[in-house]
Design a protein around this ligand. Structure first.
Ligand code: MG
Length: 294
């Protein structure tokens, strides 16, 4: 009644519990309206059908001409309106196709789509999510900080007692910075400096989990999720291995992903280069992100 469409305008009536609607289904419905008063998507019944009572099978139902009705269902606006006008107010129709058919209309069956499943039970949501088209994205990040005087160092969100510290504008956690850049890279959101300019004093001495949380939040805002992350720390000292598990747990906690989706590794550079000479620490990271398909 709220529509201003003219009587010959097609209208599609959809059950919102079927979110995975493909454009092709709509095209089939509109095409079928050329030769019918209404059209609905339907699927053949693949399983055998049985009647039963008290837990025992009583009869077999021939599934030859049985169809599973889906939505959206398409009608000319004037047709569905006229049909509803004659529907007995004492009865509740299970769908619009019944209303039009009982009004004497010819309702066409067009090919349905298994993805149009009706989300009815809690477990249906997991199945629907598995059917959503998704794209896999990968991002990489790299960061370096210089060693300076100090008594502890932040690495991957964990404070490690050490005879030096890393120098930087924030807490200089190169592991978190590389990982933040990896996640930003996976979603094409620039780098950490774009989001937290080092010229801005707000981030002076800031704990870097804040940067990582921000990047993870951008993924969530796009309906995506982080599948896994892998960080490699490159330094001669301190020894990373004793802290690896704590780092993994911290990253999993910040990102809200399972522990087995988080890897932290460390290597020396065999005494070579700036990491080998103990001038600085380098970190690199890779992140895999799943986004809804465009
Ligand atoms: Mg940095």
């Amino acid at each position: 009644a709220a529509l201003s469409a003219p009587p010959d305008q097609p209208v599609l009536i959809h059950d919102a519990a079927r979110p995975l609607l493909d454009r092709a289904v709509i095209d089939r419905l509109l095409a079928a309206l050329d030769g019918a008063d209404g059209a609905l998507p339907a699927l053949p019944v693949a399983d055998s059908l049985r009647r039963g009572a008290d837990g025992l099978m009583t009869d077999t139902v021939d599934r030859e001409d049985l169809w599973r009705a889906q939505t959206p269902q398409a009608f000319r606006r004037g047709v569905i309106e006229a049909a509803y006008a004659t529907w007995p107010s004492s009865e509740t129709p299970t769908d619009e196709a019944i209303v039009v058919q009982r009004h004497g209309g010819r309702v066409a069956l067009v090919d349905g789509d298994p993805r149009l499943m009706k989300l009815t039970y809690p477990e249906d949501f997991a199945m629907a999510e598995a059917m959503l088209p998704r794209q896999i994205r990968i991002g990489s990040g790299y960061d370096v900080h210089r060693w300076g005087p100090g008594g502890a160092v932040w690495l991957c969100g964990v404070e490690i007692p050490h005879d030096q510290t890393l120098i930087g504008h924030s807490d200089a956690d190169a592991g978190l910075h590389a990982l933040t850049d990896a996640i930003l890279g996976a979603i094409g959101e620039g780098d950490i400096g774009d989001h937290f300019p080092p010229t801005d004093d707000t981030w002076k001495g800031a704990p870097s989990d804040l940067f990582l949380k921000h990047a993870a939040g951008l993924v969530t805002a796009r309906g995506g999720r982080i599948s896994n992350v892998d960080v490699t720390l490159i330094c001669e000292r301190p020894k990373v291995k004793p802290h690896r598990q704590a780092m993994r747990e911290r990253l999993a906690d910040i990102l809200g992903i399972p522990l087995d989706a988080v890897s932290v590794k460390a290597t020396t550079s065999e005494g070579l280069g700036f990491t080998g000479r103990g001038e600085g620490l380098a970190a690199q990271a890779v992140a895999t992100v799943e986004l809804p398909a465009a």
